[in-house]
Design a protein around this ligand. Structure first.
Ligand SMILES: CC(C)(COP(=O)(O)OP(=O)(O)OC[C@H]1O[C@@H](n2cnc3c(N)ncnc32)[C@H](O)[C@@H]1OP(=O)(O)O)[C@@H](O)C(=O)NCCC(=O)NCCS
Length: 263
């Protein structure tokens, strides 16, 4: 996929009502729009505090590790910006009215749940960036810095076929295909409200075409575990030193608003 074609909105700084929002970029992957923000914007005096409500600010303040607090704020901000398209808000302080909790249910513990009923949301962070995506149907997103994997990590996470595909290793040692395969597995499982550990070898990334569309196969064991099939599609790209993958149920504009439902 041509990297310049994936950015819809590059480094946009919005000013509303005299309050400056954090900069964000919007990445087009298939029919999904991924909002990406730099975590460093949430580590200092320029943090757009107006975007968060008191409960969120208290939660952030209670996080003892700075890195976790900054990435959490960045992920929440990206999700709020993505969710804004579901409502008519356009002022940064109104972002505080959009809340995102994490599920406490055993079947999808930790999954972000937005205060906007029709919207499914997914969040991911890695090193300097956080991303979020919103859809009217289940969706998962994952971002990972392009990196090398130890032999033990490769054996744990990838099938022989996946390892064989990544024959081109960059001078810095980054494994582009394998990083995208990792992102794919995480995004697929997030779309089901689950973590990937224990399931790495039940998903195999087979192909990424010119448009970034993914082809994969999954094991009968995983099918049995997940129950119903969701008719998923996935897209991925390596951009600016990161792999980004989204997996979800594709939604046509006509069905938006009809696909919500109880979660
Ligand atoms: C979900 C999980 C894979 C996240 O992976 P990660 O690479 O460490 O982190 P990422 O930055 O990519 O993603 C973190 C985000 O994933 C989301 N997330 C957490 N649990 C999730 C779940 N069950 N489903 C979907 N998304 C989830 C959260 O929004 C989290 O960000 P936040 O804490 O800032 O809100 C990991 O937390 C995990 O394995 N959790 C266990 C989930 C699980 O198995 N629950 C039981 C269900 S049966």
């Amino acid at each position: 996929m041509n990297q310049t074609s994936v950015w819809l909105d590059v480094a946009t700084s919005h000013v509303h009502s005299g309050l400056e929002c954090a900069r964000y970029r919007t990445l087009a992957l298939g029919s999904w729009r991924i909002v990406m923000v730099a975590v460093e914007q949430f580590s200092g005096n320029d943090t757009p505090w107006e975007a968060f409500n008191e409960r969120e600010l208290a939660r952030a303040e209670g996080m003892p590790v700075n890195k976790r607090r900054h990435e959490w704020l960045a992920g929440r901000y990206a999700a709020k910006v993505a969710l804004r398209s579901w409502q008519t808000f356009d002022r940064v302080d109104e972002l505080s009215a959009i809340t995102i909790e994490n599920s406490n249910r055993a079947c999808n513990k930790g999954q972000p749940v937005a205060s906007i009923k029709e919207a499914y949301v997914s969040i991911s962070h890695s090193w300097d960036v956080a991303v979020a995506v919103v859809s009217a149907a289940p969706v998962g997103v994952d971002v990972e810095k392009l990196r090398a994997f130890s032999p033990a990590a490769e054996d744990m996470a990838f099938t022989a076929s996946e390892k064989g595909r990544d024959s081109i290793i960059s001078p810095g040692g980054e494994r582009r295909w394998l990083t995208l395969a990792w992102c794919f597995k995480e995004a697929f499982m997030k779309a089901h409200g689950r973590g990937v550990f224990g399931w790495f070898h039940d998903l195999e990334l087979q192909r990424i075409d010119q448009e970034g569309r993914l082809t994969w196969k999954s094991s009968p064991r995983l099918h049995r575990q997940l129950g119903r099939a969701m008719g998923l599609a996935g897209y991925g790209v390596a951009v600016d030193g990161y792999g980004v993958v989204v997996v979800g149920t594709p939604i046509s504009p006509l069905t938006v608003g009809l696909a919500g439902g109880a979660r």
